[in-house]
Design a protein around this ligand. Structure first.
Ligand code: ATP
Length: 238
């Protein structure tokens, strides 16, 4: 369980989060939407201690994130907007192995986790390929595998569909749905709500650093225009 209570975050004079309270249960599939600059990225960066709260608190499974960042990062896997920001190695297998290696796991366990994570994103058998030779959709799936190799309870993805063509987007979404069916919680920050509304449990909308909607996707979606949110990004592929 990720629990955010009265969270305030400031960047200098900019108040990016203005008292956000939100809980994400294990196994939930949550969409986080909102206009540009509403605070979505800032909020999810608090889920695993990438940013410290100015006020309020964030706990994962009851433990304050800022007191046990390692536990939070093991429980909450983060995939950033540009998958290239996630990579630390040149080849697929070496990159996905990086997290488990840092946990100090035995070689056989690392190998098993890399195999499972790559299979979960349908990239098995491609460990030795160079990441920079992969398509954007394949890179997105390797970035997800890197997070999965830590066996997180929650997978948080910031704009996972940005820059992907429709088949690649569908492949990534299919993988997220399958992972969620197997029990992994999924939190997706997105400007593009096509298809995902049907698979999510909840749609949370931020506006000016506050939660302004939180409920079943079909009912919240009917009120998106009120918050200046379009269900499809202006630059999304058809
Ligand atoms: N590193 C930073 N330094 C200063 N201000 C920042 C920084 N990051 C974000 N902000 C500001 O904080 C506010 C919230 O930004 P944030 O990126 O969290 O919103 P967002 O909803 O994810 O936006 P977008 O949809 O455009 O990615 C914005 O006003 C933004 O300009």
């Amino acid at each position: 369980m990720i629990r955010v209570e009265d969270l305030v975050h400031r960047y200098g004079a900019t108040q990016a989060l203005d008292g956000v309270s939100l809980s994400v249960a294990d196994g939930e599939f949550v969409l986080l939407a909102g206009a540009n600059g509403s605070g979505k990225t800032t909020l999810v960066r608090h889920f695993n201690g990438l940013l410290p709260p100015d006020e309020g608190r964030v706990t994962v499974d009851g433990r304050p994130v800022d007191e046990d960042v390692v536990a939070a990062r093991t429980s909450v896997g983060m995939v950033f907007q540009d998958p290239r920001d996630c990579f630390v190695a040149a080849t697929v297998g070496a990159d996905v192995a990086f997290g488990p290696e840092n946990l100090g796991l035995a070689h056989e366990e690392i190998d098993r986790r890399v195999g499972e994570a790559l299979a979960a994103v349908r990239m098995d058998g491609r460990r030795d390929e160079r990441i920079d030779a992969l398509s954007g959709g394949e890179q997105a799936r390797v970035a997800i595998a890197g997070a999965l190799a830590m066996r997180p309870a929650h997978l948080v993805l910031d704009e996972p569909f940005a820059g992907l063509d429709w088949p690649a987007r569908t492949a990534v979404l299919d993988r997220l749905v399958a992972l969620n069916d197997e029990g992994t919680g999924v939190v997706v920050v997105t400007h593009d709500l096509r298809d995902v509304l049907d698979v999510a449990d909840r749609l949370v909308v931020l506006s000016a650093g506050r939660v302004v909607e939180d409920g079943p996707p079909e009912s919240v979606a009917s009120r998106l225009a009120v918050h200046d949110v379009r269900p499809v990004a202006a630059d999304a592929p058809p």
